[in-house]
Design a protein around this ligand. Structure first.
Ligand code: GLN
Length: 274
């Protein structure tokens, strides 16, 4: 079949944009380029794969899992069903963290990314900052395998640690960052998310705060004299999380930040940083 025929085929089942994106990805072309080759024949094996992928999409599988990678902060990361699909807000969390890190630390930093999933946060920070060490922690072995592949693809050095938050961690860090699961057990979420993304990466107990409690329970032992903590949060959780922070940390500055949609989606904590 030709490129044009395949695009027509795909459009019968999924949105035409999706049909284009899938085919372009499969043929290593960009979407606009496809139009220069409409009459080109596509090899049989790729035709089969394309049809399978169209079928998966038509059955509500997220595009990112079908394609198998996403762009995050300018880099390509592998994703599959064992890791959360990176969200735009997380780029904002990383962006602020880079700015703060550059402002406050003029030496190579030790960073830990708790609940790293595909590794997007920690690996992006390793790329953008001068680091001494980057530790990527996750409770899921399968997720860490993806994080490891992403590390290799980007030729970085981060360590992967299988651990339920701090359980198997004994170091202290300059930067502690996390986008933990924070959805309430009974909260209604989009069907495509609920059906496809790992529940381990989404849900965190009855009130969605279990992971923040775990993080703060042992955090003191892992903070250096000067340290920065950066967290992504659910848009209604800021006050509850500030309360959890106050239970364990004194003499820190706390800043709640809004995302581009004006929702409270990040908390930064500064210890001895000015
Ligand atoms: N840290 C990863 C991300 O931000 C995974 C987050 C998660 O699984 N809760 O995408």
């Amino acid at each position: 079949m030709t490129i044009e025929e395949l695009l027509c085929y795909g459009r019968q089942y999924v949105h035409s944009d999706y049909a284009k994106i899938l085919l372009a990805e499969l043929l290593n072309k960009n979407v606009l380029e496809l139009y220069n080759y409409l009459n080109e024949l596509v090899p049989e094996d790729k035709v089969d794969l394309y049809k399978e992928e169209i079928n998966a999409l038509a059955n509500n599988k997220p595009l990112q899992y079908v394609i198998g990678n996403v762009n995050f902060f300018g880099n390509k990361f592998i994703v599959n069903e064992n890791v959360l699909i990176p969200r735009f807000e997380t780029e904002e969390l990383v962006d602020y963290t880079i700015k703060y890190a550059k402002k406050y630390f003029n030496y190579p930093v030790d960073i830990i990314d708790l609940g790293t999933g595909s590794g997007i946060i920690g690996l992006t920070l390793e790329k953008k900052l001068v680091t001494n060490s980057v530790d990527l922690v996750d409770i899921s072995k399968e997720a860490l395998e993806i994080a490891k592949k992403n590390k290799e693809n980007l030729q970085l050095h981060a360590n992967t640690i299988l651990s339920d938050m701090w359980q198997n961690v004994d170091k202290k860090y300059d930067i502690i960052i996390s986008n933990p699961p924070y959805i309430k057990e009974k909260e209604e979420i989009e069907e495509i998310v609920k059906e496809n993304e790992p529940h381990l990466a989404l849900y965190a107990g009855e009130d969605g705060l279990d992971c923040y409690r775990k993080i703060f329970k042992d955090i003191k032992a892992h903070m250096k004299e000067k340290s920065l903590i950066a967290l992504e949060i659910g848009m209604t959780q800021a006050q509850d999380i500030v309360n959890i922070i106050h239970e364990t940390l004194e003499n820190v500055q706390i800043e709640i930040k809004k995302d581009l949609s004006e929702r409270d989606r990040m908390i930064f904590i500064f210890k001895n940083l000015e």
